[in-house]
Every structure is written in C-alpha cells, then in structure tokens.
Design a protein around this ligand. Structure first.
Ligand code: ADP
Ligand code: GLC
Length: 490
C-alpha cells in the first residue's frame, strides 16, 4: 500500500509534542511491514537545508487568487531500514522562513497560520504531481493538515487521485485551528463548500471540524479518548460532529519507539537494565539525584515529571499559586521530586520559585532529551495529572522503565495504566478520577505510603509494567486495517 503522511511535526525534524514522535514511529513501523510510506512536512527555518537534497524545479501551489511558488527538498527518515521512508520538505520563505512551528513566545499563534497551513495542505497534492507518485491513503494529522481531506473531497479526487482515500488522526481535540473566516478565500474552495464541509463555527472558520466532516476515516490515539471525545465533557464542542461520524471513527493506541525508549539500550542512562537485572535503575536514580542537586538517597521515593506546562497537563491543580497541591505534597511527605518542562510563563515562574523554596523539589525549565530519559529511568514514580490525555507517551515510557505512573483516570492514561489493587498487589500504577488538588495529594500520598509499606508489591508492579509490549507494530496493523476499510468502501 502507498501511504503519504501529511504532518506539521515529525521527529527528528520538528517537534512540539507527542505528535512528532507518533507520526515518525508509525511511518517507520508501516514501512517495516513492507508498505511504501512517504511523509511531507514544511521546511521550517530550523531544518538545515544543507543536509537535504533539492528536487529540480520550482513547485506552484494554487491558492485563493494566485499561485504560490515553493521548492521541495527530500531526505530519508532516520531509522529507516531496508525500506526507507522518504520525507519531502516544502520550502516557502514567506511562510516557513522564521523561528517557530506554530508561533514564538511573543506571538504563540502566528497571525498567518490559517494561510500557512492552507498553503501546505494544498502543496501536498502538488507534490504528488511533481514526483509522479500517488498514494492510496493520504493520512493527515490534527488541524494543521485537516484541509488535506477537505481538498481531496472537494476538487482533488479526480485523475490519479480518483481512488485515493483520506484518513485524519486527531492527536489533540483541544487545538482545532479556529480562525477568522476572512482567511477562507485563500483555500480557493467557494462558499458552498464552506457550509457543506462544515467550516462554519460561530462566525469563525474551524479547520479541524471541516477535516472531521470530510475525511473518509477518522481516528484518535486511544480507544478511551475516542469514546470520551463523543461526550460533552471532553468533546471540545465537536462531540456532536464526532458522534455523527462515529461509524467511521475509532481509537488506536499509540506505541512507543522501542529503539529510543528502551532501558536495555538507552545511552542516556549510566547503565542499561532490564526486568532481570534492575541494578542499573538504582544507578540511574543516583545519577538523577546528582543531576538535580538532590541528596543521594536510595530509599526515598523519587517522583519525576516531564511535561509541557499547559492546562491540559493538570498544572493548575498541581502548581497553581495558593491552590495547587505541590506545596503540601513536598512539605508533608518524605519524598523527592524532579521536573523538566516548559510552557506557560506563569507556570514556569511558579515552578522556579517553588524549587527555590522547597528543598526536596528540583526543576529545570527547558527541553532536554537527556534529562527526560534520566527522569524516566531514575524515578520511582512518574506524575501525570492530565486534565485530558488523548494518548500520552510518557506514561508508556515510564512503564517500560519500571517507573510507576501516578495518573488521572482519563484518555489514553486509562487505557495503558492499571490501578494498584492493595488486596491482590496487582496493577502498574496509581490512579485518581477527579482532577482536584486534593486528589493529586491523596494519590501521591498513597503511592508514597505503598513505597514505604508495600515494597515487594511495588517492585512486582515495576516488573509487570516492563513486560508489557508497547511497540508500534501492533498499532501499525490497526492503522492498516483502518486504511483497508476506507479503501474497501471508497
Ligand atoms: P503531549 O504531546 O501532549 O505533550 P505526550 O506524552 O504524547 O504529550 O508527548 C510528549 C513528548 O514530549 C514526550 O516524548 C516527552 O518526553 C516530550 N517532552 C515534553 N516536554 C519535554 C521536555 N521539557 N524535555 C524533553 N522532552 C519533553
Ligand atoms: C497529543 C496528545 C498526546 C498524544 C500525542 C501523540 O500531543 O496530547 O496525548 O500522545 O498527541 O499522539
């Protein structure tokens, strides 16, 4: 099967969150199973052109009123095996020749984002024409490429694209690409399509909503989130649209890249380890305590966090001044806590101040692969109190590293973590239902209590988590089944 991934993020070229990990790992897994997979992403300023190959000739992309001109670069996706995944980079100086993927701190959502990603979505079709390669499946991801299914349905499904189907994966329903409808002219689709495709959103235009209405098949990144998004609580106002499309909508759990996230081979940690020899985990704990300037104490529970500091991740309930539970957790309990993260300014500032005032809480504001690996390996517990979580990768990394997740019972967290059962000792983590400061406090307290009082059960839980298979192979098969369903009904 020929599959083209249209995406705004892909590891290792451009990443703001798990989308980048998921798209690249899925592409590699599909290629490993013998399929012809290619990817297309914008050539952001940060992607070094000297490492890419320039295709001959410029590429014209029709937009509202005039044609944009761009260049196309290509390279193989790192990690590709015998069957390489080719990546195409769309180069357009005005739209992508600047810092930032969606924005910069002074302008978090670029004013011209609707035009940047409308252009990019149309360029996907021109690219196929330019290289003379037409996919069976056009696979789009989130709002930035949500117009790909719309363009296919309304205009492009002719000639070589006559049999092509579109699949749209929702990685996060919280971001929909809602913009002033004055930008609509740029898609060159006509006002009839505006209403047919359901762009209309309270006098604005909603790119994700139009994509949901137009894609042949839809999915999100965990079965539980697929169900949740069809309810008012988690539907971000699109629950009705998703219920309407429920026959074509499913949940497929993400995998993790087991070449990168594997305690047996991880080069970021002092010593490799496995479920049969856990001594390397103790070494990682020591290294982590040193790296974060904490006293080296093997027998104090260490809680780690790696996160974007945004409301989605429950940071208000944890760090909100005079409200969040972090202060009581660190003051009342004999534990250590480390965090690496970046995001909203209020939260970064609050965390810096807390790290200064609490001796057992240490934090680095920023982004670091090295430290994220060390935290996953060296912590006893991993805290993820998400308000909502389409899938979540970090809790799966934690399980693979024998680190017990403390998570809210929501989205993909509920699909991957099994709550500790004190009677039987079964489970792989600790869960709570309501997102409140006291629920986080109590559940962390429960985990810490178990660490001191149920140590054999804790050690057994670590091993259960480590044995679980979170590889992409299984998930890739489910995507193939979805593609096949789409092609059969197309
Ligand atoms: P989301 O995409 O919603 O942020 P996920 O759990 O799916 O959540 O993916 C987050 C990804 O980003 C993980 O690979 C995680 O390790 C990484 N990550 C997030 N913040 C940081 C950070 N400050 N440093 C290093 N990695 C980070
Ligand atoms: C989004 C979600 C996260 C998911 C990731 C990859 O960023 O917030 O839960 O794991 O996409 O699908």
């Amino acid at each position: 099967m020929k599959i083209l991934m249209a995406t705004s993020e892909a590891l290792p070229f451009a990443k703001t969150g798990g989308l980048a990990d998921a798209v690249s790992a899925l592409s590699l897994a599909l290629a490993k199973q013998g399929h012809e997979v290619r990817m297309v992403i914008p050539r952001y300023y940060s992607i070094d052109r000297s490492k890419l190959r320039l295709l001959d000739g410029a590429m014209g992309v029709p937009t509202g009123g005039y044609e944009e001109w761009s260049a196309v670069y290509t390279a193989a996706l790192p990690g590709s095996s015998k069957n390489p995944v080719l990546v195409y980079f769309i180069d357009h100086e005005q739209f992508f020749g600047r810092d930032g993927i969606y924005g910069v701190p002074s302008e978090p959502d670029f004013l011209d984002n609707p035009r940047r990603f409308t252009f990019f979505s149309r360029a996907v079709f021109q690219l196929c024409r330019k290289i003379g390669w037409y996919p069976d499946v056009l696979h789009a991801h989130d709002w930035p490429t949500a117009l790909v299914p719309v363009f296919l349905k309304y205009g492009e499904r002719t000639g070589e694209f006559a049999k092509t189907i579109s699949v749209l994966t929702i990685h996060n329903l919280g971001y929909q690409g809602i913009y002033n409808r004055d930008n609509y002219y740029y898609a060159n689709l006509g006002w009839d399509v505006f209403y047919w495709a359901g762009f209309d959103d309270w006098n604005m235009m909603n790119l994700l909503k139009a994509g949901i209405n137009s894609a042949d098949k839809l999915n999100t990144v965990s079965p539980n989130y697929a169900a949740e998004t069809q309810t008012q609580v988690h539907g971000f106002r699109l629950d009705g649209v998703l219920r309407y499309r429920s026959g074509d909508y499913t949940g497929i759990l993400n995998g993790i890249d087991t070449e990168v996230w594997n305690p047996k081979t991880d080069s970021y940690i002092p010593r490799p380890y496995s479920s049969t020899d856990m001594t390397g985990k103790a070494a990682a704990k020591e290294a982590l305590q040193k790296a974060f300037n904490l006293p080296v104490e093997p027998d104090i529970p260490l809680i780690g966090m790696v996160t974007r500091l945004t409301e989605q991740k429950g940071v208000g309930e944890l760090f909100g001044p005079a409200y969040g539970s972090i202060w009581s957790i660190c003051r009342d309990m004999n534990l250590q806590m480390v965090l690496i993260g970046s995001g909203e300014a209020w939260c970064e500032n609050e965390i810096k101040s807390l790290a200064y005032r609490l001796s057992n809480f240490k934090a680095h504001i920023g982004y670091s692969e090295t430290e994220s690996h060390l935290i996953e390996a060296g912590s006893d517990f991993f805290l993820m109190p998400s308000r909502y979580e389409p899938c979540g990768l970090n809790q799966m990394y934690s399980l693979a590293y024998g680190t017990l997740p403390i998570v809210r019972n929501t989205g993909g967290l509920a699909d991957t973590v099994v709550n500790f059962n004190q009677e039987t000792g079964e489970g792989t983590g600790f869960m709570f239902d309501d997102l409140t400061p006291s629920a986080i406090y109590n559940t962390v307290g429960w985990a810490v209590w178990a660490y001191y009082n149920r140590r054999p059960q804790i050690e057994a839980m670590r091993l259960t988590g480590m044995k679980h298979d979170f590889s992409w192979e299984k998930s890739a098969k489910k995507y193939l089944a979805l593609y096949e369903k789409g092609l059969a009904s197309g």
